[in-house]
Ligand binder design. Structure first.
Ligand SMILES: Cc1cc2nc3c(=O)[nH]c(=O)nc-3n(C[C@H](O)[C@H](O)[C@H](O)COP(=O)(O)O)c2cc1C
Length: 180
């Protein structure tokens, strides 16, 4: 189902970022092409080297390269993709996406996206339950984005509740279902 599909995978600064490796591996196994776009904060959680090795493409993160002024077009990425998946999606990035705060490459790519966008929130239970986060998610749904509900369980904080990012295999299933 995903063979030949071009997927932009957005990764943000959540502890669940390590699960993005499994997402990339499974997408590639199924014959998809994956372009990773990561926030500056996301790079504190997982290295671009790991992500580029798994995806087979250089990771996009900064607006431009300070050394030579070369830059990557978020507009081209928006036209290239068959789908964008933001997994994990932090409360901060969800807020920026809902409000058009285009201060990093991931958000500018999101705002330029022509293809369907899937968003897999990951955060602590109170951050997820906060009316601000819930309002932002409702706004994104209204924009036509597909929210992949987080699960309940033990969180990185060792608290129990809703906020755990959906498991990689279930995220991939949702993409497959969409394309079928
Ligand atoms: C150890 C650690 C884990 C974090 N995990 C999350 C998380 O799962 N979800 C979240 O919304 N924020 C989390 N944060 C806070 C974000 O990293 C922070 O809000 C950051 O600015 C997000 O930036 P970004 O959305 O641009 O990647 C965490 C912070 C730390 C230090």
């Amino acid at each position: 189902m995903l063979k030949g599909k071009k997927i932009v995978l957005g990764i943000t600064g959540s502890i669940a970022a390590y699960k993005s490796c499994m997402i990339i591996r499974d997408l590639i196994k199924q014959g998809a092409e994956v372009q990773v776009v990561i926030t500056p904060s996301g790079k504190e959680f997982i290295t671009p080297l790991t992500l580029s090795t798994l995806s087979g493409k250089p990771v996009v993160s900064e607006f431009f390269d300070r050394r030579d002024g070369s830059w990557f077009s978020h507009v081209d990425l928006g036209l290239w993709a068959d789908a964008m998946l933001v997994a994990p999606a932090t409360a901060s990035s969800i807020a920026k996406m809902a409000n058009g705060v285009a201060d990093n490459m991931l958000i500018t790519t999101y705002l330029s996206m022509k293809a369907p966008v899937f968003i897999a929130p990951a955060m602590d239970l109170d951050m997820y339950a906060h009316p601000s986060t819930q309002n932002n998610l409702m706004t994104l749904k209204r924009y036509g984005n597909i929210i992949i509900e987080p699960q309940s369980g033990e969180l990185a904080s060792h608290l129990e509740g809703k906020g755990r990012m959906e498991e990689p295999e279930n995220i991939i299933n949702q993409l497959e279902k969409f394309f079928s």
